[in-house]
Design a protein around this ligand. Structure first.
Ligand code: BGC
Length: 253
C-alpha cells in the first residue's frame, strides 16, 4: 500500500530541487527534478521554477519550500546565495500565488531547519532527547536547533563569530574547496567552530549534514570536540523531505 505523500522543494544558490516525498519512509518517492537556479534569483523567477517543478509531477497537494534565508511568518528576512530582493518578500504569498493554491497550502522555511526536521525524524529518530543541532556544511553553514525533538527555528549558528570572523567564511565546505584544504586542515577549522558553539549551547548531539557528509568517514574521526557528532543520514535529500514534512503539518514559521 502506498504511504502518505507530501511534496518538498529545496531552493539553493545553484539548483532548485523538488520531488514527491514518501512521508512514512522519509524518502523521495521517485526521481527528483532539478533545475538551475535562475540568474538573477529573484522571487518572481524562483517562483516560476518552483511552479515548473510542481507541475512536472502534476502535484496538487500542500507544498513545502526551503530558502537559504531566515523566515519569519512566511517573510524572508535575510538572503544567503540568493538575490537580495528576497529580503522583506512575503515568500509564502509569492509561492502560493504563483502555484494558484489556497492559503495555507504552501509552507516556506529555512533550508537547514527543513534538513533538520527530516534528519531528526527519519535519520536519528532514537536520538531526539535534549539539545540536538544539525549543522549543514555547504556553501555556507546552516543550523537547526531542536529541544526534545521540537525545532527552534532560524538559529543561524553559521554566523557565530569565531576568532573575530564569521564562522562560515572559515569552516564551510566551500572554503575547503576554495583553499584546497586537506581534510585534516579543514577538520581543524570545523573543530574550532564546534568548540565555540558547544561552549554556548552544550548540545547533546550534533548531526553533520551538507554534501560533505557523504565523506563523513574522512573527517568526522578527525574532529576534536566534546559533543558526539554523527553524519546526516538523508544527505542531499534532507531539505526536500523536511520541506514536505513541514507542509504536511502546516509547520511554517
Ligand atoms: C544562511 C542560512 C542558511 C545557510 C545554509 C547561511 O549563510 O545564513 O540561512 O541556512 O547559509 O544555506
Amino acid at each position: 500500500m502506498a504511504g502518505t505523500r507530501g511534496f518538498g522543494i529545496d531552493v539553493g544558490g545553484s539548483g532548485i530541487k523538488g520531488c514527491v516525498v514518501d512521508l512514512d519512509a522519509g524518502q523521495l518517492d521517485g526521481e527528483r527534478i532539478r533545475i538551475d537556479t535562475p540568474d538573477p534569483s529573484t522571487p518572481e523567477l524562483v517562483a516560476g521554477v518552483v511552479r515548473e517543478i510542481v507541475a512536472g509531477f502534476g502535484w496538487t497537494g500542500p507544498v513545502g519550500v526551503t530558502l537559504p534565508a531566515v523566515i519569519k511568518r512566511g517573510t524572508a528576512l535575510t538572503a544567503a546565495n540568493i538575490d537580495k530582493s528576497w529580503i522583506g518578500t512575503d515568500a509564502t504569498s509569492t509561492f502560493t500565488r504563483k502555484l494558484g493554491r489556497p492559503p495555507g497550502d504552501v509552507v516556506v522555511l529555512n533550508d537547514a531547519d527543513a534538513a533538520g526536521l527530516a534528519e531528526i525524524r527519519y535519520g536519528w529518530p532514537g536520538d531526539q532527547a535534549g539539545v540536538v543541532v544539525l549543522l549543514t556544511f555547504g556553501t555556507g553553514i546552516g543550523s537547526a536547533l531542536f529541544l526534545d525533538g521540537k525545532l527552534v527555528p532560524n538559529t543561524e549558528f553559521g554566523h557565530l563569530e569565531v576568532d573575530g570572523e564569521d564562522a562560515e567564511t572559515r569552516a564551510a565546505a566551500s572554503v575547503k574547496d576554495e583553499l584546497g584544504l586537506s581534510y585534516e586542515e579543514w577538520a581543524h577549522r570545523v573543530s574550532r567552530y564546534i568548540r565555540v558553539l558547544e561552549d554556548l549551547i552544550w548540545p547533546d548531539l550534533i548531526i553533520a549534514g551538507g554534501g560533505v557528509s557523504k565523506k563523513a568517514d574522512k573527517w568526522l574521526p578527525l574532529l576534536d570536540v566534546r559533543t558526539r557528532v554523527v553524519a546526516a543520514e538523508l544527505r542531499n535529500d534532507a531539505g526536500i523531505v523536511g520541506a514536505a514534512v513541514a507542509a504536511a503539518e502546516g509547520a511554517g514559521n
